[in-house]
Design a protein around this ligand. Structure first.
Ligand SMILES: Cc1ncc(C[n+]2csc(CCOP(=O)(O)OP(=O)(O)O)c2C)c(N)n1
Length: 797
């Protein structure tokens, strides 16, 4: 009996050893494939087939180790070094990797970005074509990479924080496709030099405070392009520098682990235990991966021989992680030298084949277009249409281009059409050119905003309703009652920011609501605008509806980078596969002084294409906009009027149903002499001026644009201008800011210049920031007297 048992145990041990061996060899094979992809990728750039390449060579072994513990339901927010992780998790193939390197715009070939992103910028689908969140629990999720160093950090905080909410907020527990009760980990990767960015420190501090399941892997290869660690990091070691944040008995904080990039077995052991702890306890962790190499240098833009010493270069060769893994496999008798050589050879051949297939996929459709153009030119030549032999020349130029791009075809087509446009026989050529223009527009310029069921533009305006005895109340109370109803009916909404939880925001929009709806749904944050935005971005990407607050519009500048680089580009850079319906709530325009009266709308307009920018004049209008936005998936900024919270507004009875159609201006007062275009707080100054002007016999039409992005989709302003033939754009931004933007839209896009009797004007704040005090405000921002004078001048012109 004992003997039989012993045989069983031995057999079992043999099986598990065999499984272990297979897993190790599979990892080794993945590492070899990835290395080969890096080597061949670089060649593709140097021979001109691709434009730029950045690769994960030197990080292969840590990434096969890390990938073992990345489970369905988990998220990654990483950067451009993670190709091996993507191969090891099965989320990317080598062929797709090359398709992206070639900038193949077909999403079936580059499923991460449809050719819109540089190579090694990965993503997986979070939403379907209708804008509905897919089942994120049973798949591994890659939030779309960005190139700005440390740009992944704020989003990573939000992705991890979502798990904390899913674990702790009862209302969210039924959302079974979005989370498995918060048991997910957000894997975040970053290069050692990028930890110098404020983004890193702000995120790690917030994670330590919040206790979220964030696992940060730092690939420490000693350099940020050419600049060594000693110029990047205090004490030359990020784990040393972070020690004050380390979690101790009875404190919050982060766990810190140090591993060596060439130590496969050591990393597997530490990652397994470390990730398990992050998942179970929501304690964030840093894995400082030291002694990483970079065999080919930073990117295809330069060579590392320029800045690494011969000693360093020879150390990197000796301590190459794949070489060390190979030695470890042989030392532990897991495979022979021959077996490993065979794995290496198979990997090389596979990558060569995948590369060729990706190139074929990329070039075939282009070659078909070339053939079609040649055929259309030949048809004209057969009819002896060839002014000055130009068509023939265009044909031979195109045929001699061995690796044509789409732009080369369009250039030839454009010239060919110009050459023969006077001949009726050129119709087919023209029509083909137009069809390619449409195709290229779809390839390169689609998906800035949602266009399907989740477009906010589908939401129509509805009427405000009032009870007979509806009270006049402080405007902030309108918002407060609205948020109360919203949080009662929409379980996905959360709101947070500085002073937003306990006291209910500095203007009391949320007063009393934390006590009612709980401190996991309405809460305070540290003073960290950048990562408040990241927190909102990550939550929104995981299917929640965050209202992330920036206390004053002036401080949006602190949080602008993740909004501009990450949230605004997300839908575009994934060609509609990921959405970020964050609502950034802030307040601005007139109040006091240089940093509490900002109206930096031009800054937002220029940096947030991809967002809706709402500029309501009162809180009821803001409610209608919140409702419209909450039905859609695009991100938005809501700038409430700082000086409007204590004005009286009538309490509507349909707060939850009232909607404002975004992108449609509202005529506030009809008039016949001049169209005055504005938004937000300035409208009250304009109203005052208009009363005086009316007394002088000048009839003003006042138009509230309501949203700056999108802008006047109904061309309401043009209709007004056709009636008045005079127009002025007034706001509190700097000269050349949002007023100039509105001016351009109406004059150029709407063709407004044709209806002018006098030259159009903009009237804005001064070039400087507004001075403090009521006089400072009066002399820094447009005032009623200025408006009267300018408009009287226009009437006399
Ligand atoms: C905000 C920003 N600044 C500069 C750059 C240019 N840049 C790209 S990578 C890089 C160095 C990053 O080094 P590290 O974080 O160590 O990562 P590694 O590339 O070594 O993996 C720099 C300066 C950038 N992409 N973004």
């Amino acid at each position: 009996m004992e003997e039989i048992l012993q045989t069983d145990v031995l057999a079992e041990q043999k099986v598990s050893f065999e499984r272990f061996r297979e897993e190790v060899l599979r990892d080794y094979g993945t590492a070899c494939e990835s290395r080969e992809a890096s080597l061949l990728g670089r060649k593709e750039v140097l021979t001109g087939k691709a434009k730029f390449g950045i690769f994960g060579d030197g990080k292969e072994v840590p990434q096969v180790a890390m990938a073992k513990f990345f489970r369905p339901g988990d998220f990654r927010a990483g950067y451009y070094r993670d190709q091996t992780f993507m191969f090891a998790t099965g989320l990317a193939t080598v062929e797709q990797f090359f398709s992206q390197l070639y900038a193949d715009p077909d999403i079936n070939h580059d499923p991460f970005s449809a050719g819109r992103q540089m190579n090694s910028h990965f993503a997986t689908p979070f939403v379907d074509e209708y804008g509905e969140w897919v089942d994120l629990v049973n798949r591994k999720n890659i939030s779309a990479d960005v190139a700005p160093t440390a740009g992944q950090m704020p989003r990573a905080l939000g992705l991890a924080f979502a798990s904390k909410l899913f674990r702790n907020v009862n209302e969210l527990k039924q959302l079974k496709n979005l989370s498995n009760q918060g048991n997910e980990v957000c894997f975040c990767t970053i290069g050692d030099a990028s930890t110098s960015e404020g983004h890193f420190w702000e995120t790690i501090n917030a994670a330590g405070v919040l206790q979220v399941p964030l696992a940060v892997f730092i690939w420490d290869d000693g350099y940020g392009i050419s600049v060594p660690k000693k110029f990047q990091t205090t004490k030359g070691s990020i784990s040393e520098a972070l020690k004050g944040m380390q979690k101790k008995e009875g404190t919050n904080g982060i766990d810190i682990y140090k591993v060596k990039a060439w130590d496969y077995a050591g990393m597997c052991e530490i990652f397994e235990a470390g990730i398990h702890k992050v998942r179970e306890t929501h304690t964030p962790a840093i894995f400082h991966v030291e002694e990483v190499t970079q065999p080919q240098g930073h990117s295809t833009s330069g060579s590392h021989e320029r800045y690494k010493s011969p000693d360093r270069l020879s150390w990197e060769r000796e301590w190459d992680c794949i070489r060390k893994m190979r030695e470890w496999i042989i030392d532990n008798s897991l495979a022979s030298d021959d077996e490993l050589s065979s794995i290496e050879e198979i990997a090389k051949q596979k990558v060569r084949d995948d590369r060729i297939r990706a190139w074929q996929l990329f070039i075939e459709p282009i070659k078909e277009q070339v053939s079609k153009v040649i055929q259309l030119i030949d048809e004209l030549l057969e009819q002896h249409i060839d002014p000055h032999g130009q068509l023939n020349k265009l044909k031979s130029d195109l045929l001699s281009n061995r690796e044509p791009l789409r732009r080369d075809i369009m250039k030839v087509l454009h010239q060919a059409v110009l050459t023969v446009e006077q001949y009726p026989q050129s119709a087919k050529l023209k029509s083909y050119s137009e069809s390619l223009q449409r195709e290229n527009k779809e390839y390169f310029s689609s998906h800035l905003y949602n266009q399907g069921p989740k477009s906010a533009l589908r939401v129509r305006s509805s009427e405000l309703e009032y009870d007979n005895n509806a009270p006049m109340i402080n405007a902030f109370e309108v918002l407060n009652k609205y948020f109360d109803s919203l949080f009662t009916t929409n379980k996905k909404v959360v709101a947070f920011g500085e002073d937003l939880g306990h006291i209910g925001d500095v203007n009391q929009g949320f007063a009393g609501l934390q006590a009612k709806h709980g401190d996991m749904r309405i809460f305070d944050t540290g003073i960290r605008e950048l990562s408040i935005m990241g927190q909102g971005i990550g939550l929104a990407m995981r299917g929640l509806r965050p209202i992330a607050e920036i206390q004053y519009a002036d401080y949006l500048l602190y949080g602008l980078q993740p909004l501009s680089d990450d949230a605004a580009t997300l839908f575009y850079r994934t060609k509609g596969q990921q959405s970020c319906p964050i609502i950034v709530r802030t307040r601005g325009h007139r109040l006091e002084g240089i940093w509490h009266s900002g109206s930096p709308m031009g800054m937002l307009l220029n940096s947030l294409r991809g967002f809706f920018i709402c500029v309501p004049r009162n809180m009821t209008q803001a409610v209608g906009m919140y409702n419209a936005l909450l039905q859609s998936n695009d991100p938005a900024v809501m700038v409430e009027c700082l000086n409007g919270y204590r004005l009286k507004e009538r309490l509507p009875s349909n707060l939850l149903d009232y909607t404002v159609a975004l992108g449609e201006p509202e005529i506030l007062k009809e008039g016949s002499d001049i169209s005055i275009v504005s938004y937000g707080s300035t409208l009250r100054i304009i109203d005052e001026a208009a009363h005086s002007l009316e007394r002088m016999g000048i009839s003003c039409e006042i138009i509230d644009v309501q949203t700056l992005l999108p802008f006047d989709r109904t061309h309401t302003i043009l209709k007004s201008l056709k009636k008045t033939n005079r127009i002025i754009f007034i706001d509190e931004d700097v000269p050349g800011g949002a007023a100039a933007y509105m001016f351009n839209k109406v004059m150029e896009e709407q063709g407004g210049y044709r209806w002018l009797d006098v030259s159009p004007r903009t009237l804005t704040g001064k070039d400087h920031r507004p001075a403090y005090g009521s006089d400072g405000d009066y002399f820094s921002k447009p005032n009623a007297e200025e408006i009267i004078d300018v408009i009287r001048g226009m009437m006399q012109e």
